[in-house]
Design a protein around this ligand. Structure first.
Ligand SMILES: Nc1ncnc2c1ncn2[C@@H]1O[C@H](COP(=O)(O)OP(=O)(O)O)[C@@H](O)[C@H]1O
Ligand SMILES: [Mg+2]
Length: 250
């Protein structure tokens, strides 16, 4: 479904990714881990075609269409959805305005205003945020954790098929982290999207039970495993987790 092939990316004069490969099929959950500055957020933004990042070579295909030739708007229309590490504040545009406009644009707005508000209210209740969020400006004057929940409100309303979550756990208190993880799990069980999660949080990995865990280092994915690889990283750190078992035994 999402297939990244030999992707090489530069920002300013620095190579951030070199020959990066990743394939995510429908309904799979992948976790991407790596040290600070490894390029995790970069890959999430390159997928959405943030033009700060220069694609030197390679391809990013979604259902066989090359995203590199598309605008961010068109990529979003395909049902690809990113929650960035630091969601931007957009004053002057409310959640409801943006969501109704987006749903209409995607041909998915089959709700009248009452049904729309009822659906928003239900999601706000589940996310334990005030119903006043419906008419608040996007992420504006929200705390770090509230921004993450507000972005999840967008996800539940837009019903994307491919979701990228960049450190959704940052800024969340312990209770909120559990609530957010379970909300993502509920969404996964209902819609079976493809999910790429960038995280260092064990509790999130425990709840979401990924199919694959990848380590990003040296500008590409250097190791792929299952849940046990994440456990090894939590226990032993990245360096010893990257080494093969034979090397580790030397
Ligand atoms: N817009 C940018 N301008 C300059 N350097 C950037 C930019 N975005 C990312 N970088 C650099 O690219 C590297 C990878 O960043 P990032 O993808 O944010 O890492 P991670 O999310 O893995 O911590 C870092 O060295 C960072 O400083
Ligand atoms: Mg990052």
């Amino acid at each position: 479904m999402l297939k990244i092939n030999n992707l090489t990316v530069k920002v300013l004069d620095k190579y951030i990714l070199k020959n990066f490969n990743l394939e995510i099929n429908e309904g799979e959950i992948h976790v991407l881990m790596g040290q600070n500055g490894a390029g995790k957020s970069t890959i999430s933004k390159v997928i959405m075609r943030d033009d700060t990042y220069e694609v030197i070579s390679g391809s990013i295909k979604y259902n066989d269409e090359n995203l590199i030739d598309m605008s961010t708007t068109d990529i979003a229309r395909k049902g690809i959805f990113l929650i960035t590490q630091n969601p931007p504040e957009i004053s002057g545009v409310t959640n409801a305005e943006m969501l109704r406009t987006s749903l209409t644009d995607m041909g998915k707005n089959d709700m009248n205003i009452l049904e729309f508000n009822r659906k928003m209210t239900k999601i706000c209740d589940k996310l334990n945020i005030s119903n006043s969020f419906i008419h608040r400006d996007i992420n504006y004057n929200m705390s770090g954790g509230e921004k993450k929940k507000n972005e999840l409100l967008h996800m539940w309303m837009l019903e994307p098929k491919c979701i990228i979550l960049d450190e959704i756990d940052s800024g969340l208190d312990v209770d909120s982290l559990k609530l957010v993880a379970n909300s993502i799990l509920d969404y996964y069980q209902e819609f079976k999207p493809s999910i790429l999660i960038i995280t260092h949080q064990k509790s999130l990995v425990d709840i979401l039970k990924p199919n694959y865990v990848h380590i990003l280092a040296d500008k590409k994915i250097v190791k792929t495993g299952d849940y046990n690889l994440a456990l090894s990283i939590f226990e032993n750190g990245f360096r010893s987790s990257i080494m093969s078992e034979s090397e580790a035994n030397e």
